[in-house]
Design a protein around this ligand. Structure first.
Ligand SMILES: [Zn+2]
Length: 371
């Protein structure tokens, strides 16, 4: 396709122009290299105006890999959450300390990585509490976060988590590193992260280690920063640098000092068809056995003081936990009502809430009613 001189071009050009053309060609040839170099991470001052995401690494610590992963993260000025397997933490306590010393957060990923939903409450308790103890012994602090192996959870698992003061963390994005994803595919998966979101990766794959610099560079290009996962909300937030973690402040303005008078109590029936004051759209991240749903609520042409979103879950699916909304029910038709800081929306304004689900999400068909 490239021709150095167009057909019919004059045989001689001013030498100055020929030099310019030659230089131009050289620039084109090196441009690919230059672009590649530009895409590599540069340690610019972090602009976190886009928010925070949670990088998570499961199944370690592993001699021969954890150190490499920590080095890659430190080189990228990135902090992450390591969900350690208890047995491995006990056998490699020095690596758990290395994780802590590198500024990483440490979570519980069970003692032997079983399918917890097939175990009794006492067996689950043993899996989680032994791991709490092993990590406590290694670094002096017991985890606040727990990731169930395979993302599998149920009411019994949740009740044990609650007894141990653990917050269950699943994920929003699955890197598929466990499934043979290439480094480029892992990097591409991380591009799906949004503020507050969490990505599943693993301590144990060279592809995953190699993905670190480009993941962090791509996040930086979107003004996103690696953050900690809040034990109170389960969402990624700014690192706090110490214990205890901060309570997440409502992102919007403080509520009025007094309860507002009941406005326009409608004596009539609500509008048919699920309301006209707001709309809801959903995006679902499905994996085997579970999913995360993010639902955006948008006010219509008038401001609203609150909202309720109704979703319909298919048979076998359930709501595990919700954020930025209160759930009523956990299967079949489930209603989500705003929490105190995200109910008021101006005309056309929107807010987002979400929930972790078990089973298969289906279309959910969210409908919104303003209140
Ligand atoms: Zn795992």
């Amino acid at each position: 396709m490239f021709s150095r001189s167009a057909p019919g071009a004059p045989p001689r050009r001013p030498s100055r122009l020929r030099l310019a053309l030659t230089a131009g060609a050289a620039t084109v040839l090196t441009a690919g290299v230059a672009l590649t170099a530009l895409a590599a991470p540069s340690a610019a001052a972090a602009d976190c105006s886009g928010g925070y995401v949670g990088l998570t690494y499961d199944d370690g610590p592993i001699a021969g890999n954890t150190t490499n992963l920590l080095n890659a993260l430190r080189s990228a000025n990135a902090r992450a959450t390591f969900f350690n397997i208890g047995q491995r933490a006990q056998q490699n306590a020095a690596l758990v300390r290395a994780e802590r010393d590198a500024g990483m957060w440490i979570g519980n990923h069970s003692w032997t990585h079983p399918h917890l939903t097939q175990l009794s409450a006492s067996q689950i308790n043993s899996e989680l509490s032994q791991t709490q103890q092993a990590i406590q012994q290694a670094v002096g602090t017991a985890p606040r976060l727990f990731r169930p192996p395979y993302g599998e959870t149920n009411a019994t698992v949740k009740s044990v988590e609650q007894q141990l003061g653990l917050t269950e963390i699943i994920w929003d994005v699955d890197s598929q590193d466990w499934n043979g994803a290439s480094t480029a595919q892992i990097v591409a998966a991380a591009n799906n992260l949004r503020s507050g979101g969490v990505i599943l990766m693993h301590d144990g794959y060279q592809t995953t280690v190699n993905a670190v610099p480009q993941i962090v560079a791509n996040l930086a290009a979107r003004n996103l920063c690696p953050g900690m996962i809040s034990p109170s909300t389960g969402r990624a937030v700014a690192p706090d640098g110490g214990n205890p973690p901060p309570t997440t402040a409502p992102p919007t303005t403080a509520p009025p000092p007094t309860t507002p008078p009941p406005t326009t109590a409608p004596p009539t029936t609500p509008p048919p068809g699920g309301g006209t004051g707001c709309s809801a759209s959903v995006s679902v991240n499905q994996w085997t056995g579970g999913f995360t749903a993010s639902i955006r609520v948008t006010a219509g042409s008038a401001s609203i003081g609150g909202w309720t979103v109704t979703v319909t879950l298919p048979s076998g699916a359930g709501v595990a936990n919700a954020w930025n909304a209160n759930a009523s029910g956990n299967s079949g038709t489930v209603r989500f009502t705003n929490v105190n800081y995200n109910g008021s929306l101006g005309a056309g304004q929107s807010t987002e809430f979400g929930f972790q689900g078990t089973g298969t999400a289906g279309t959910l068909n969210p409908t919104c009613t303003a209140s």
